[in-house]
Design a protein around this ligand. Sequence first.
Ligand code: ATP
Length: 515
Amino acid sequence: MAIQEEHFKKVISHAKEYGFIFPSSEIYDGLSAVYDYAQNGVELKNNIRNYWWKSMVQMHDNIVGIDAAILMHPTTWKASGHVDAFNDPLIDNKDSKKRYRADVLIEDYVAKIEDKIDKEIAKAAKRFGDAFNEKEFISTNQRVVEYIEKKEAILTRMAKSLEKEDLADVKSLIEELEIACPISGSRNWTDVKQFNLMFGTKLGASAESAMDLYLRPETAQGIFVNFLNVQKSGRMKIPFGIAQTGKAFRNEIVARQFIFRMREFEQMEMQFFVRPGEQKKWYESWKETRLKWHLSLGLGNDYYRFHDHEKLAHYADAAADIEFKFPFGFKELEGIHSRTDFDLSSHEKFSGRKLQYFDPELNESYVPYVVETSIGLDRMFLAMFSSALMDETLEDGSVRTVLKLPSVLAPIKAAVLPLVKKDGLPEIAKEIVEDLKWDFNVDYDEKDAIGRRYRRQDAIGTPFCITVDHDTLEDKAVTIRFRDSMEQKRIPIAALRELINEEVSVRKWLKKIQS
Ligand code: ATP
């Protein structure tokens, strides 16, 4: 098994074994692509949300937050385009009965061509050594040029067919490329059909009077319909932003890869309202700010890259993803979209209400343009969790499993451990817990040998273990052990709070954005 695949399996089993994520309603064999956050998972998730909220809302004097309802008036989704256009093209394999997204089958095929190109480049780089000129090689090597032409022809044809809703041609493309079902190996495909991803539900008691509703597929629309309410009641001046975090629901056709693609998930979105014509400037500025936020968590540049969209959604005039190096490769973590005035104008049309801003400097009214930043909270969880989990071989040859989460996100900040369960040590340890718990989420553990307790805390990412021993009775000091270096230090009990705070405070981590 590939190392990456093995790592991903370990991520999933570790998340369950150590109380981060459970399959939903597991006693009934679970519900596909729906998950529950467990005792440690909910803390990590809340910490990620708070880190985002602090930086996006509370640290910006021109951004405020809201918490809109999941259920919205159904016309919202007509206006937003979701009723007509929030579709994925699906195709079934008649032999395996497995369902696929037609565009994903084609994209996976293209990814294989890209792998071939990468292999040719790597081979040539080895052959030519320092003299290797990658740009020149790509534009002149016959084989690579042919691969690139093939790849572009496929993507252009797919984009055109999808845009024209020519689903028969999407099927022809799959057939011409001889794409086979990964399960059955056969090329016995059904026609391609459009499938709307919204979950429907009903409001009202009797069948006749019930109103058809949708569970929101994104949080953004809750912000747009409240644009004027917030602007007026908060006396906001453009440019300003409205942020919210909350659940979204999508009936994904192919929901796999654990919490990467779920049917019920959480988004953290911010819509920034700007003057028409200034959207490009703000789009660039938010791309930069958001990347800095990610980098502040200390994983380094290698984990992130931008992917600029060539094919734009119906509402956008520019769009990019921040991709993260997940265990299964670089994939979208966050989207930054310049959404023009599409949403507000469309809501004006459908509601008959004016959604305009009077700009006192220009002395005119207009429908603002919008730049959106949208990140999946669960994907961010997976990004942090999968990159933090590692096996480390120690000097004595033993292996420890450690979750090296950024300490600001760690579920438990410190574990207080009496060396033995007697001689008054538990009492002192509990006193320390009583004091620290006002400021941090702390744990008390007196079971098993100290070494095993350390390993348990390593596995859930606790940055500090505090051990109370017999000397503590005399010197009012404890041994503090650092998760990553495993270094141990003796410090007075009275100094604990400051030391922990210095390492785990949001202030310390977020300040890195400014540097
Ligand atoms: P994808 O192309 O992966 O389906 P998207 O482009 O449809 O994602 P957006 O509509 O831009 O995603 O949503 C913004 C963010 O919400 C994404 O960057 C992602 O982090 C998160 N997200 C979207 N769909 C899901 C899902 N099914 N499960 C978990 N997170 C999701």
